[in-house]
Ligand binder design. Sequence first.
Ligand code: SAM
Length: 215
Amino acid sequence: MSEARYLHATRTAYDAVAADYARLLRDELAAKPLDRAMLAAFAEVVSGPVADLGCGPGRVTEHLRTLGVAAFGVDLSPGMVAVARTTYPDLRFEVGSMTALDLPDGGLGGAVAWYSTVHTPPEVLPAVFTEVHRVLAPGGRLLLAFKAGDRLRHLDHAYGHDLSLDVYWMSPDRVADLLGEAGLVVDARLVREPDEQERPRQGPQAFLLAHKPQR
Ligand SMILES: C[S@@+](CC[C@H](N)C(=O)[O-])C[C@H]1O[C@@H](n2cnc3c(N)ncnc32)[C@H](O)[C@@H]1O
């Protein structure tokens, strides 16, 4: 079966920007206390291996490691994975897609998708969440970060490069409903206003913590 067009476009875009994305965002979490609070809460409740899905240059994978989490990264973009491996040689990073993970059923204690579902068309998200449900162990945790809203923005330029990339802003209620339909239970949701760096082009940012029920 041929690959979906959005996956090809996403990979192409992130391969092009990988090095500059890594440089520009490497220390971004340091100025985002609420984002770090969600990652810290996730780290506190999760146990077992954690996949950072759509890990990009690995900055969140590394942050999770500093919180004591056994995290590894998976990303669609070989360029991103190459940057992640070079930057964090002690961590494991693999090329792969969250639409079809090369992971066994029920093997993960947790998964994080930190702004990595934002390029997935909403009609594909149910399949992605079903795949996350498959790879999580009973009781396994999921943490999502995404842009809150209800619109599609097309980017022609980002991180200093010309590219072509769709970004979907989704309402937290809608994402929570989709998680529920995939069999995941939402435990917490945080919506924060855009900070100084994010204004005026960005809007509210959403974070959802969920788990797979024991049965
Ligand atoms: C905005 S970046 C976020 C990267 C990283 N999570 C971070 O916060 O720095 C989005 C990342 O998601 C990856 N991505 C998008 N769709 C994906 C998919 N279906 N499977 C795996 N990775 C994906 C992209 O290649 C890109 O590296």
